[in-house]
Design a binder for this molecule. Structure first.
Ligand code: GSH
Length: 223
């Protein structure tokens, strides 16, 4: 299995989950600005041009972060990273994955264009980041309420949506949205950052790729 990724991008979530699942995988770095990777034009791999993308062992390609996370969790059932299909708990988990994808992830993304390319990136302008903060803050306030009295989104155990939420919280720090007013989110972030899977991911990925980094801070200092 190959995970096509860029440091600190949304691909960080499946990177964390692959480590949680202890599935064998390798990483391929994608230069998002130039649509390139060590094998050439990344658009030949993924015509959508973005990460994450997961090359499966049968040669198929899976895209869309929330779906890749489900695939990983479903292929490591003993790791208990997502409830069984068809159960009420599974739908709660899907609800979180969809919320994070559409209400958080998408609201972090700017319509600004970098280098003339149409792309999904965090805003690099102060005005753009202020706009993003306006959209994201009320949604994080909702998650703050949901985390009251629980360690992770699903309760006491780390599951797939937690990896996605963690990555979104690193982005919050990058656009100047600290977590100090949200103690449950801060505790979630600190707790998750201590997991071996997350520490390994942050170490392997290193600083976020240039187009995500607007405040010259390292992921491990965030938020
Ligand atoms: N809908 C996609 C969006 C993925 C996405 O926004 N990827 C960003 C990095 S976080 C990206 O690769 N941007 C580069 C581009 O769009 O060209 C998903 O949910 O996986």
């Amino acid at each position: 299995m190959i995970l096509f990724h860029a440091a600190g991008a949304s691909s960080q979530a499946p990177h964390i989950l692959l480590r949680e699942a202890a599935l064998p995988f390798s990483l391929e770095h994608v230069d998002l600005l130039h649509h390139s990777w060590s094998g050439g034009d990344y658009r030949a791999v993924n015509p959508k041009a973005y990460v994450p993308a997961l090359r499966l062992d049968d040669g198929g390609l899976l895209t869309e972060c929330a779906v890749i996370l489900q695939w990983i969790a479903d292929h490591a059932p003993t790791s208990r990273l997502i409830p069984a299909a068809g159960t009420p708990a599974r739908y709660r988990s899907l609800e979180w994955l969809n919320f994070i994808a559409t209400e958080l992830h998408k609201n972090f993304i700017t319509p600004e264009r970098h280098g003339g390319v149409a792309a999904n990136f965090l805003s690099r302008t102060e005005a753009g980041q202020a706009q993003t903060r306006l959209h994201v803050a009320p949604r994080l306030a909702y998650v703050e309420q949901c985390l009251r009295g629980r360690a992770f989104l699903d309760g006491e155990d780390f599951t797939a949506p937690d990896a996605y939420l963690f990555t979104m919280l690193t982005w919050a720090g990058r656009i100047g949205l600290g977590l100090t007013e949200w103690p449950n989110l801060q505790a979630f972030f600190d707790r998750t950052r201590q997991r071996a899977s997350v520490r390994e991911t942050l170490e392997v990925e290193g600083p976020p790729h240039a187009l995500l980094e607007s405040r010259t801070r390292h992921a491990q200092d965030l938020p």
